[in-house]
Write a protein that binds this ligand. Structure first.
Ligand SMILES: [Zn+2]
Length: 153
């Protein structure tokens, strides 16, 4: 079994959460909030506490806690956005694979449990190494700002 360790996320997971939902976006703040792409019913943004380089999240605009609350149009829209993000990340970062998934509920590891979001995490052969295990440090080869510029140019 391979494991993708992300111990640097513990600060986020165990830290106090802001009351405001990070997925209920404000207009005209795309660059500040690292929004990579918008579609009719959903948008994709960089995760500022990434599991790996290029970690993107796709979310509906509506504040809905899980997939059961989405309409057919929203479901189709968000899944097409996930496809677009996978294609974009393949083109720009050339990963060897992806982890794509949803954590529903705090018990399942959802950091923001009240607004459903789909994680799209690029993976490379050998992208887990001794650094996270021995020192709690993850080596990310790009800054968030550089990654954002790469994905939105
Ligand atoms: Zn929300």
């Amino acid at each position: 079994m391979n494991r993708l360790w992300a111990p640097w996320r513990s600060k986020f997971v165990s830290g106090k959460k802001k009351k405001q939902c990070i997925f209920c976006i404000k207009k005209n703040r795309d660059k500040e909030t690292y929004i990579v792409k918008k579609s009719k019913f959903s948008f994709a943004m960089l995760n500022i506490y990434p599991y790996n380089n290029g970690h993107v999240m796709a979310c509906p605009y509506r504040h809905i806690k899980d997939l059961k609350g989405l309409s057919d149009k929203e479901l189709l829209d968000i899944m097409k956005l996930v496809q677009d993000m996978q294609r974009l990340l393949e083109k720009k970062l050339r990963p060897h694979g992806f982890n794509i998934g949803i954590n529903t509920g705090a018990a399942a590891g959802a950091g923001y449990k009240d607004h459903v979001h789909i994680h799209i995490v690029p993976r490379w052969n050998g992208d887990t190494n001794f650094m996270p295990v021995t020192s709690g440090t993850k080596v990310l080869p790009q800054s968030l700002r550089k990654l954002y510029e790469l994905l939105t140019c």
